[in-house]
Each structure stands twice: as structure tokens, then as C-alpha cells.
Design a protein around this ligand. Structure first.
Ligand SMILES: [Zn+2]
Length: 210
């Protein structure tokens, strides 16, 4: 799927909102190739989006205290945090069903490692504290807590670890500091459910074992 096709689809779906959030300098690639004539091209990070693939205008609208990607959330969910903030700032996203993305699962910390469990638990709570509206929390709190308790129990039984619980407790300790702005009510997709979570976990394990 080319940048132009995504742009065209976006314009069709959102004629009243012709602003497309992909970076036009690098055409959504995050990098630009500099033609070196007789030598191989030199590939550099895009100077406008710094590899994030969003156009500058979106990044400026999402910055909190001058920071776009939160370093405290590095390695897990900082991209979701940015996307959620962009939605809150009035930008929209569209589904590109033909797009294919290759994701190397957990290359930094390793699937099911204690470090990853800690980070995911903490950042999951931080993501909610920073972006979920009061209404969303009220409506979904029971389901969120039930899912997280099941997750913590499942990891405890199958992997003999308490790291998911410790991570969530760390996130909750910083809840008030993270809830420093009133997030807008951004419509969310329905949760994929427990079966999908188990399917995803099986796929991750199969990938990690290869
Ligand atoms: Zn760019």
C-alpha cells in the first residue's frame, strides 16, 4: 500500500477532514534516502517527523511540556500513548486493511521476561491514567480490573512470576502524577476479549520459540 493510496482512502472517508496525519516529507517511511550519485544512497532519519511517521503538525499538537514521545514510557506503549493523544487533539486515523506490518516481538526485553512484565504492567496503568477519560474509566473499570486480575493470576500460575502485579502497583503509585490533565473522551474499539488475548499469547510463544 503506497502513501498516496492511504491518503486517497483517508480523503474519501473523511472529506470534511482532509488533513492526513502521515508525514509528507518522508511519505510516511520515517527515513529519507539521499541520492549520492555514483555511490549507494545514504538513508537518514526524516528531519521533520524524526522517524515517527507523523507529520510535524500532529507532533506539535500532541507535545506535553515540549515532549512528544514520553521517555518514561520507552519500550512499551509510548506509540499507543502518542496515537491516543493525537486522537484527543482532534486527529483521526483510518484502517488500511491491505497494509502489512512486520513486528519483531519483544526483541529488547524478551517475551515473558520479568523486565517486560514489569514494564508492561506499569505502562499499561500509565497509559490509562494519562489518556482514559473519567467516563471511560467509570464505564470500563470493572472489566479492566477483572482482566488485569486474570492476567496477573495466569502469569503467576504459568510463569511463576509476580512481576505483572509489581508493575501494575508501580503504575498505580504514580496515578495522580500521571493524571495531570483531563483527557478527552476518545471513542475506542471494542476490546478483543479473552480468547483473542490467549490466541495472541500462543502466537507470541510460538514466535519466541523459533
Ligand atoms: Zn517524516
Amino acid at each position: 500500500m503506497t502513501f498516496e493510496v492511504v491518503q486517497r482512502e483517508y480523503a474519501k472517508l473523511r472529506p470534511q477532514l482532509p488533513r492526513f496525519c502521515g508525514c509528507e516529507t518522508c511519505r510516511g517511511a520515517g527515513t529519507i534516502a539521499v541520492d549520492m550519485q555514483f555511490l549507494p544512497d545514504v538513508v537518514t532519519t526524516c528531519p521533520d517527523c524524526h522517524g515517527t511517521r507523523y507529520r510535524r503538525e500532529v507532533l506539535d499538537a500532541c507535545a506535553v511540556g515540549g515532549e512528544v514521545l514520553d521517555e518514561d514510557m520507552a519500550l512499551w506503549a509510548c506509540d499507543a500513548d502518542l496515537a491516543w493523544r493525537a486522537r484527543g487533539a482532534g486527529w483521526r486515523c483510518v484502517l488500511a486493511p491491505a497494509a502489512v506490518a512486520y513486528h519483531h516481538h519483544s526483541p529488547s526485553l524478551g517475551h515473558a521476561s520479568s523486565a517486560k512484565h514489569l514494564l508492561v504492567g506499569r505502562n499499561r496503568v500509565r497509559l490509562l491514567a494519562r489518556n482514559a477519560s473519567r467516563r471511560q474509566l467509570r464505564r470500563r473499570l470493572l472489566r479492566i480490573v477483572a482482566y488485569d486480575l486474570l492476567y496477573v493470576g495466569y502469569a503467576g500460575l504459568t510463569e511463576r512470576t509476580t512481576a505483572p502485579l509489581t508493575g501494575r502497583i508501580r503504575g498505580l503509585r504514580g496515578w495522580h502524577a500521571d493524571r495531570d490533565r483531563a483527557p478527552r473522551d476518545v471513542p475506542l474499539s471494542p476490546p478483543p476479549g479473552l480468547r483473542a488475548a490467549l490466541r495472541r499469547n500462543r502466537a507470541y510463544r510460538a514466535g519466541a520459540a523459533r
